[in-house]
Design a protein around this ligand. Structure first.
Ligand SMILES: [Zn+2]
Length: 190
């Protein structure tokens, strides 16, 4: 059974202005996390073999996150456009295996096609089941009780509520999208 994606409210006294993001604001959203957590959200989607961008699960994950942030998709808008994905190959020592254990996808919400540097929101899916919440409690600005999540929901947290600072997020995420676009153009011209 698929678990729900749960994005808790901002913990700051004055909530960060992108947590939650305003409906009408153009925004580029990156969501990433361990594949084992993503599979709890999307239990029926295969992640093997890896195919050309995007993975089928990337589209499904983006739709799920878009819905969690903005409510039901406006049918006239369709699925949010995917702009990039991130694959982390599982490793055997230093040798990469042929499957991934971590995945991220970047999608746009109302971003004009000619805007190379929109504002970004980076969200991390946090695994809390396999380590009793140790990772979550080390990396988040609030404490997590895994029993609230196990078998019920999957935790996802915007950067403002994580310990990691997101000062490089906009440059990094938009740079990666530009790189993806140029790869796609090269493939089209080949
Ligand atoms: Zn926040």
């Amino acid at each position: 059974m698929a678990l729900n994606l749960f994005i808790p409210p901002c913990i700051h006294k004055r909530p960060c202005y992108l947590h939650p993001p305003p409906q009408g604001k153009p925004l580029r959203v990156e969501i990433q996390g361990p594949l084992e957590s993503i599979q709890k959200l999307l239990p029926n989607i295969p992640w093997y073999p890896i195919v050309d961008f995007p993975q089928p699960g990337g589209r499904a994950l983006a739709s799920l996150v878009h819905q969690a942030l903005y409510g039901e998709n406006d049918p006239s808008q369709g699925d949010p456009p995917l702009r990039n994905e991130y694959l982390a190959w599982a490793m055997n020592g230093r040798r990469p295996l042929d499957y991934i254990d971590y995945y991220g996808v970047t999608f746009d919400h109302l971003v004009p096609a000619d805007d190379p540097n929109p504002e970004v929101l980076a969200i991390s899916i946090i695994e809390v089941d396999n380590d009793g919440g140790t990772f979550a409690n080390k990396h988040l600005l609030f404490s997590v009780d895994p029993t609230e999540y196990t078998g019920k929901k999957v935790l996802a947290v915007p950067r403002c509520c994580q310990r990691k600072e997101g000062t490089q997020d906009q440059r990094r995420i938009n740079g990666e999208v530009a790189e993806r676009d140029s790869k796609i153009r090269q493939a089209d011209n080949a």
